[in-house]
Design a protein around this ligand. Structure first.
Ligand code: GLU
Length: 436
């Protein structure tokens, strides 16, 4: 069964392939390349740039559990605190069969940049367990979550590092993590994780927040490009918490979602997919497969569909150089983390395709996580309207600031977002100074 065994002699898997070589394969290599592109824009802060390609703290944990059949299975888990210069670590926990240390390092790095780019008072962190959550029972998954939480318990906490959901985890996972951390500590600590159920101190609007942020940044980009949302064609890869909700918001705004995909199917309907019906189908069946309102299409045809918005909202490394040559979208809005490789970024730019980068486009989730953390600390909860209004303000002003820097310096929105973020992080670094 996938993810169950980590052979002891498999050194390429234990700890991930490329920790010792930052220029080894993606996604960490992509992150390093993205940081390199900021170098000419850092001025005197360049002195500190290496901080960003050396994660501050990396924890690899063994997660043993007793399976339902009485055998023992081991899983490998990670928590990487990429940078803590501006505040506690913040970033999600991924449960996926392909999780590696290399990937978690990159995801943690992108959290540092994302949090700084939108101005949240957090550093960047990320965690994960190499497990296919669909291949284990509910009880086994809960035991994995509890043991993993206990193992990373030595470095997380409401004022140290605050996990949240990511691919393969959800509010229930956060409930179990909060409970485990609290039991170990001997007192309820709601602020140790965000993305919790409302009953445990979760925030209204958190679940929709990433999709909402994707939509807000897409709308802002469209305004600058003079593209009308009404009738705009939208292609969405990934139909979960980010892609599904993002698609619904485009649909509600009068756009035409012409293609969607998930791990079960790739579907097209040039007349427009009934998004609420597709969401209901997924809720009932666990995936898009069998949805009657659209036709199957080949993966490469999917990427080449002519559209106004292309929204990769699944995993990293999806838009490769090869695919970038064939993309016929006006704007790419990155719901996923790291979906576009640096080589593909250059090709899209040359071809006049605007890319709204992940560290801006999908920052809505962690922004409402920040609201959740603040609400937990003050034990005073806001209304959904209040949350959505604050989210809107933060996303729009971050978008504007990054847009203007991109124009002024003649750089991509990604590099501009990195410039804003790296300045903030490295300025904090410089002000704090080296210890000892
Ligand atoms: N996993 C989400 C992200 O990649 C949310 C992180 C958070 O809320 O801390 O941004």
């Amino acid at each position: 069964m996938t993810g169950m065994h980590t052979p002891l002699n498999d050194t390429t898997r234990v700890g991930g392939l490329s920790y010792l070589n930052p220029l080894a394969p993606e996604p960490w290599a992509s992150f390093v390349e993205q940081i390199e592109r900021v170098r000419p824009h850092l001025g005197s802060l360049e002195r500190w740039i290496e901080t960003l390609i050396r994660p501050k703290r990396t924890l690899i944990v063994d997660v043993p559990i007793e399976r339902d059949d009485g055998t023992v299975a081991h899983f490998e888990g990670y928590r990487v605190q990429h940078n803590l210069s501006r505040g506690p670590g913040k970033g999600g926990i991924r449960f996926h069969p392909d999780v590696t240390l290399n990937e978690v390092m990159a995801l943690a790095g992108w959290m540092t940049i994302k949090n700084a780019a939108v101005g949240l008072p957090f550093g960047g962190a990320k965690g994960g367990v190499r497990v296919d959550p669909t291949s284990v029972s509910k009880g086994e998954l809960q035991r994995i979550t509890r043991r993993f939480t206990s193992e990373i318990g030595v470095i997380i906490g409401p004022d140290r590092d605050i996990p949240a959901p990511d691919v393969g985890t959800n509010a229930m996972t956060m409930a179990v993590m909060m409970d485990t951390f609290s039991m170990n500590r001997g007192g309820t600590a709601t602020g140790v994780v965000t993305g919790k159920p409302i009953a445990l101190g979760g925030s209204l609007g958190r679940q929709e927040a990433t999709g909402r942020g994707v939509f807000i940044t897409a709308r802002e980009a469209a305004r600058h490009q003079k593209i009308a949302l009404e009738g705009a064609r939208v292609v969405v890869q990934g139909f979960g918490n980010v892609g599904g909700i993002g698609a619904r918001m485009f649909h509600d705004a009068g756009a035409r979602v012409i293609a969607v995909s998930d791990h079960t199917a790739i579907l097209v309907n040039l007349g427009g997919i009934d998004v609420p019906a597709a969401l209901a189908h997924v809720a009932a069946n666990g995936g898009l497969a069998g949805f009657p309102g659209a036709d199957r299409i080949d993966a490469e045809e999917f990427w080449a569909l002519e559209c106004e918005f292309l929204v990769p909202a699944a995993l990293e490394g999806q838009i490769t150089a090869q695919r970038a040559e064939r993309i016929r979208a006006r704007i790419v809005v990155e719901g996923a983390n790291g979906p576009t490789t640096p080589a593909a970024d250059d090709i899209l730019r040359d071809r006049g395709v605007l890319v709204v980068p992940d560290v801006l486009a999908n920052a809505g989730g962690v922004t409402v996580s920040y609201f959740e953390w603040v609400q937990d600390f003050s034990s005073f909860f806001w209304t959904e309207d209040e949350i959505n209004a604050r989210l809107e303000r933060i996303m729009v002003s971050a978008f504007d600031a990054i847009w203007h820097i991109a124009q002024e310096k003649g750089i991509s929105l990604r590099t501009a977002a990195f410039v804003v973020a790296c300045h903030r992080v490295l300025e904090a670094r410089a002000e704090r100074g080296l210890y000892p």
